[in-house]
Design a protein around this ligand. Sequence first.
Ligand code: FES
Length: 121
Amino acid sequence: MPETATVAEDATGELTGFVRVCSVDDLPAVGAVQVEVAGAKIAIVRDSAGDIHAIDDTCSHANVSLSEGDVEDGEIECWLHGSRFDLRSGKPTGLPAVAPIAVYPVKIDGGDVFVAVTKES
Ligand code: FES
């Protein structure tokens, strides 16, 4: 099973647990960068609509960095065997990968990208 993200709410209902991972300006116009959060490799991805996503950087098919793949139409393509993953759900949309990758909550604040990565214990 892939790790899943959990986010706590404080007394005001605000999401907590977000950490700054990069600036929006660090991202390509369309594409991804790899960041590390609490030892986990995360791909921060800007899609062609300008939306920013955080997903596990490792393909569910083999140990390949997804942030090195192409981003198109809300999906990222693994460069090794061509599986594509939906950036919102983490689900593969083509073989050979069959397992989803984790998707993490993202918040943009003051030009910075924040991600909540809390592994369930
Ligand atoms: S390693 Fe990603 S599809 Fe095979």
